[in-house]
Write a protein that binds this ligand. Sequence first.
Ligand code: GRF
Length: 212
Amino acid sequence: MATLKLAVFASGRGSNLAAILDAIERGELDAQVKVVVSDKPEPGAFEIAHRHQVPTCSLPPGSFQNEAEYIASLLGVLSRHEVDFIALAGYLKMIPAEVVRAYRSRIVNIHPALLPAFGGKGMFGRRVHAAVLEYGCKVTGVTVHLVDESYDTGPPVVQECVPVREDDDAESLAARVLEVEHRIYPRALQLFAEGRVKVEGRRVRVRGAGEF
Ligand code: GRF
């Protein structure tokens, strides 16, 4: 068991960040959020971070001369804050391959559908739930997965189903999925803190997964 030294990456409102911080404060997640990183100047997630006295760092892509400079800044921030694990929570920019390599199997993302369905570039927010309804799915869900070099393709660590109701619209479905996100993201991170996750290629084995 080791306290995760987390960086949470967020582009938007930060409700998953809030769920992580609340779980830490309740003693349910053995982690410390060392820094909240964003590609936006002042996302909602930063307000939440400030409220919890967590440092923030904005790295807007336009403010760097080139990709190499951006990557060096990002790795610098992570190392200065002694981050050993990264949780993406509504972060819209692709994680550079160098960062994925430096934190291999120590970066997770949460996606509001059952991957590999309804994932990939451009599939975020309301669009995901609208596409689920458009397809006529009877279930959707939440996926916490390892991050690799492309969008939403890393192997799942935890997935949970959410039923689609006859009268759902994208908003009602998003709200029901989000409740599950807030419950399972801190728990998924706790599995890593407890050393219960073993990665064997695409198979991510979770010891004692039945109790999850
Ligand atoms: C969540 O639905 C998450 O699954 C997706 O982006 C959204 C972020 O919401 N990756 P929030 O900023 O955590 O409220």
